[in-house]
Design a protein around this ligand. Structure first.
Ligand SMILES: Nc1ncnc2c1ncn2[C@@H]1O[C@H](COP(=O)(O)OP(=O)(O)O)[C@@H](O)[C@H]1O
Ligand SMILES: Nc1ccn([C@@H]2O[C@H](COP(=O)(O)OP(=O)(O)O)[C@@H](O)[C@H]2O)c(=O)n1
Length: 233
């Protein structure tokens, strides 16, 4: 049995970086679910005109999803994302993909398809546990996970972190794009309110190391055996 650690949260809350580091500390796999939505948006753009308008066409999105040779690494020390032979690890972070991704994520058939894929990737990971992060992991993908965390931070802090990453881009434009995406995404999934049984970790006042510690504390408090007995025996 693979232990699932479910982590949700809005853009820039630290889900990817914190989950990856927690997975390393636990000897677990790390599954970035947003990468599947980003890679599908990249795929739709590659098949279309290349403008964010492409993902507004639900029929084009569903057609692209039916021919989507997606692969992702669950190794926190060797992270990559592929569509067919193309390594899209860097390309899916480009603003043109980020701007198009909510169009893909709002299609229910796409969500069902990728959710089935996420559950299979965890099941077949061969790891004692997997830290799975995204928008709807605690509520839809793994509502029965032994550990469920909502990682949050104040909107201005999240925007500042994201624009520090994308230093080549205008900070106001990055903040505006992030808030636009939060608004679009929140019509599909409520990732700002903790569901019953979900623990909130607010990283607004915490640095990166403190946030990882806070997440590991929740994991050891809720599922001590996940760490003490990593083989699940
Ligand atoms: N607690 C923190 N304090 C400062 N920076 C952080 C913290 N958590 C994450 N970061 C940084 O903020 C940026 C956004 O984090 P990321 O993990 O990409 O968030 P998400 O996956 O939720 O969008 C990254 O550059 C990351 O290193
Ligand atoms: N579990 C998930 C993960 C991502 N997504 C979508 O995929 C996009 C990219 O997710 P991400 O995790 O890479 O985004 P950030 O939070 O890192 O900015 C989000 O804006 C959502 O539209 C989703 O709908 N459900």
């Amino acid at each position: 049995m693979t232990v699932t650690i479910a982590i949700d949260g809005p853009a820039g809350s630290g889900k990817s970086s914190v989950s990856k580091q927690a997975a390393r500390a636990l000897g677990y796999g790390y599954l970035d679910t947003g990468a599947a939505y980003r890679a599908l948006a990249w795929h739709v753009l590659a098949r279309g005109t290349g403008s964010a308008q492409d993902t507004a066409d639900e029929t084009a999105v569903v057609a692209a999803a039916s021919d989507f040779p997606y692969a992702i690494s669950l190794d926190p020390d060797d992270y990559w994302v592929r569509v067919g032979d193309a390594d899209v690890t860097a390309a899916i972070r480009e603003p043109r993909v980020t701007d198009a991704v909510s169009g893909v994520a709002r299609v229910p058939a796409v969500r069902e398809q990728v959710n089935a894929l996420f559950r299979r990737l965890v099941r077949e990971s061969g790891r004692p546990g997997v830290v799975v992060e995204g928008r709807d992991i605690t509520t839809v993908v793994a509502p029965d996970a032994p550990v469920r965390i909502l990682l949050t931070a104040a909107p201005e802090v999240r925007a500042a972190r994201r624009s520090a990453e994308l230093s080549a881009h205008d900070a106001d434009a990055v903040a505006a794009a992030l808030h636009r995406r939060d608004a679009a995404d929140s019509t599909v999934v409520d990732f700002l309110t903790a569901a019953d049984g979900v623990t909130v970790v607010d990283s607004t006042e915490l640095d990166f190391t403190q946030t990882v510690e806070a997440v590991l504390d929740v994991i050891s408090a809720v599922a001590p055996t996940a760490q003490e007995n990593p083989d699940g025996r």
